[in-house]
Design a protein around this ligand. Structure first.
Ligand code: NAD
Length: 364
């Protein structure tokens, strides 16, 4: 992570941004600025070894530019691992637009952002992420063709969230199989934190399976839908962490697996959709391992949406999307076995498998 002091240290002969890119393995970082529309954005291309760097654009009101830069560097690297472990011919990239999506977003700003994406000639392909809407993607598409995840009405693959949820469900079932010898989730007590696009679809699948679902969210509206449509039991977030549950499914924001939650959580499995769940990959991954909790790596089990978006680039094939997403089950088990055999965290095991595929391609 780049800190303010690094940037301010003008005596240093090293460029802190390039040093961090080198440490994390990024190929290219593009800073975009436009006075007319007020656009301030960063596009990070982590890797194009396996294919074009695909990853969504996030519009977020970052408190400063460094926070935005660190976020885009971390997220784009995660996309490389996600694509690689899912066997896709895709690299990893991500973009962030700095600003308040509710107040500062205009169609002109989106179109201008698209022009910047276009200058990269397809090395980076964008998609929807937090703070963006299908309408924004339509605006971006007016100035670049390097966009994926467009609405079904426009010939695209549509909202990827149901497929993401299905992949998470597969990862959760594989975790259950590994931990309890059966992947049947009926009667299991599952806490779904965040019942948004993915979380609600997951709740739907879990309810069909006969699980006992507990839900937390900051939106009363979402909670009441989860309760009325799928019988979820609404719980207070902080009380939920202290409850006796079987599975914790983080489906809201990143870094929810941290010192606070791990100090309280009483569960046997962690499997959810949120990106970058571990606040500290190494340390929290190790605490989870030491506690005997089975952790399904986020970038593996939430890859269903990427599989769906990828299919749009290759020629939409729903059967193939489902089959690839169901493959998450076997890959999750493979990772747990590697983790056990080598005494490493499941997150590290998944990263090693993803990196090995990239290294194989690089050495060909
Ligand atoms: P979303 O914005 O639709 O849903 C997030 C939900 O979390 C919302 O209902 C929100 O109110 C709730 N929330 C926010 N802060 C919370 C908190 N502190 N405690 C409890 N609830 C809180 O987003 P989504 O598309 O459902 O994505 C959920 C997560 O999964 C994100 O981390 C996203 O990056 C990741 N993810 C999504 C996809 C996808 O296909 N949408 C794919 C891969 C990863």
């Amino acid at each position: 992570m780049i800190k303010l002091n690094d940037v301010q240290d003008v005596r240093s002969s090293k460029n802190p941004i390039i040093s961090e890119m080198s440490r994390m393995g990024h190929e290219q970082v593009v800073f975009c600025q436009d006075q007319l529309t007020g656009l301030n954005a960063i596009i990070a291309i982590h890797s194009t070894t396996l294919g074009p760097a695909l990853g969504g654009t996030r519009m977020w009101n970052y408190s400063n530019e460094l926070e935005a830069l660190n976020d885009v560097l971390r997220l784009s690297r995660g996309m490389t691992f996600k694509a690689s472990i899912s066997g896709l011919e895709l690299g990893g990239g991500k973009a962030v637009i700095i600003g308040d999506a509710k107040k500062e977003k205009t169609d002109g700003l989106m179109r201008r952002f698209g022009e910047f994406v276009d200058t990269l000639n397809g090395h980076y392909v964008t998609a929807e992420d937090v703070g963006m809407t299908p309408h924004d993607m339509e605006m971006i598409r007016q100035t670049t063709s390097h966009v994926s995840g467009i609405p079904k009405s426009m010939g695209g693959s549509g909202d990827p969230s149901p497929v993401t949820a299905y992949g998470v469900f597969m990862g959760m079932k594989a975790s259950a199989k590994y931990k309890w010898g059966s992947d049947d989730l009926s009667g299991k007590k599952i806490l779904v934190e965040g019942v948004g696009h993915v979380g609600m679809n997951l709740v739907k699948l879990l309810s069909k399976e006969g699980a006992i679902i507990y839900s937390t969210d900051i939106s009363e509206e979402r909670l009441s839908i989860a309760a009325s449509d799928y019988g979820a039991i609404i719980v207070d977030k902080y009380e939920a962490y202290e409850m006796d549950i079987d599975v914790y499914a983080p489906c809201a924001l990143g870094a929810s697996v941290n010192d606070y939650s791990l100090g309280r959580l009483n569960c046997e499995i962690i499997a959810g959709a949120a990106n970058n769940q571990l606040a500290d990959e190494q340390r929290h991954g190790q605490i989870i391992l030491d506690k005997g909790i089975v952790y399904a790596p986020d970038f593996l089990i939430n890859a269903g949406g990427l599989v769906s978006v990828y299919s749009e680039l290759k020629g939409y094939d729903f059967a193939e999307i489902i089959s690839k997403t169901e493959g998450i089950y076997d890959t999750t088990l493979e990772i747990f076995r590697k983790s056990e055999l080598e005494g490493i965290t499941s997150h590290e095991a998944a990263k090693q498998i993803a990196q090995a595929r990239i290294e194989r391609v690089l050495s060909e």
